[in-house]
Design a protein around this ligand. Sequence first.
Ligand code: NOJ
Ligand code: NOJ
Length: 589
Amino acid sequence: MLFTNVLRALPAALLFTGTQATPLGDLESRQTTIDAFIKAQTTISVNGILANIGGGGSKAPGVSAGIVVASPSRTDPDYWYTWTRDAALTYKALVERFISGDTSLRQKIDDYVSAQAYLQTVSNPSGGPDSGGLGEPKFNVDRTAFTGAWGRPQRDGPPLRATALTIYANWLIANGNKTQALNVVWPVIQKDLGYTVRYWNQTGFDLWEEVNGSSFFTLAATQRALAEGAALAKTLGQTCTGCADAAPQVLCFAQSFWTGKYIDSNINVNDGRTGLDANSILSSIHTFDPASKCTDATFQPCSARALANHKAVTDSFRSVYAINKGIAAGKAVAVGRYAEDVYYNGNPWYLATLAAAEQLYDALYQWDKQASITVDSVSLAFFKDLIPSIATGTFAKGSATYTSITSAVKTYADGYVAVVQKYTPSNGGLAEQFDKNSGTPLSAVDLTWSYAAFLTAVERRASIVPPTWGEPANNVAPATCTGTPACNAKTTFNVQATTVYGENVFVTGQLTQLGNWSPDAAKALSAAKYTASNPLWSATIDLPASTVFEYKYIRKNSAGAVTWESDPNRRFTTSAGCGSTATINDTWR
Ligand code: NOJ
Ligand code: NOJ
């Protein structure tokens, strides 16, 4: 009744926009629905996170305080572990929430700090506290090492954790508790940054734990953590060795992921994928700086590059999921990890769909702050999906074009939240995935990271943003990348291997310097000292110091056929200190 009256009272021009007739009543009621959904789902998400944290969480019985369980699911899939990445991203959301007023979270945050300080001391298959162990992706919930096979190391964990803790440390400093920041939080951050400075230039597994190479997400998290870590160290009168030097080098390297049209999420690996991956959208939202202009170099949410990438990545899911069928470009769809995904047959993920919304809310915030929007040749296609008639140019806040862009982007962003709403069960439980055909929840139930992703997306929608991480002072990539000075250990491989004429022995393994397990790139050993009684093959190779790695010897015959040693892989930790030496004596098996 009321609607009809309101409608009648409004001029026709306001009721219909463009070609698509949209009665205001529908818009209003949908708006109410989305707001109501967000309100209820926010409470569910906060509770969903807290339930999965040890030291009181209802779905984490017996779990140590401050330990974040990835999901209470113990079979198919078994997520009853704590992943450093999931925990850090979850706590980043909790710390931001704490800072914006939810003081009840203080104890939980302090629990996290202690739990992580402990985990940093636990030796594990990635190494010890000083030999790469901080790159271990996950631990048992009782804080012991997980020793099964896994895609390790994953180098995003330490910088993500450093970021969550740096936000907290900065708050402590600003709120009269510099002592806690210095004595309790900084030591944990310092170790994570020490790891990051030392290993950032080495390959590792991506955030999806599948690809061993260079992952954009890891590098983006790294640059941010090093930049803000260097600033924090200064504030605290401490040193963050190598941080300020490495940060611009990381940014320099990050530029090489840009293809000209989108971000290739994984490089230095032959993964047979396009590289269009939610990896890059997650990178953009987790390096979002509210004080930034739309910098391309740091792929800020409102940058031309990140918007072009948003289109390329989201479009890549339009044809692969049945539930997206018939939804045109510029309208929200369900988003997954990457189109080639086969995990649970490859489906949309809540956290990826929410990230697509979050990037757009971030961009809206940044445009508002800088009071203009620039459409350039790189971002034009993104904007054309929303406003077909748009051309390149800069549009000031207040102009008609600025207003129509921001309202279209807001609608587009809300569309992603509406997709999540549509596929969220009535109890509000957010699993990891939802079925690409039916939309029903799939894989791990109550995924902590899904809830955290919900919170940050809707906070950005409400213009609640995290503190700056200093992007404006850290957004210029050096013209040439020099990397960081190598810190190598000379490692001599000696293997007793009786060979026939024409056969040669090589070593390969997990490190770039050993060819990353590729027989073609394996390192040749020399038979210069080979005798019948001492069939010695040998090579001395520069490998990164203090690094755990797995390796094997292979032999190639004169025709090039490769024979591998039998399982298991061999393991070694290189010696500590630049220029140090070590010798490995093995016998072919
Ligand atoms: C393969 C999945 O793609 C990866 O993301 C997951 O972490 C592991 N399996 C273990 O569940
Ligand atoms: C699989 C995801 O691919 C990975 O990113 C995550 O850390 C684990 N599941 C645990 O949630």
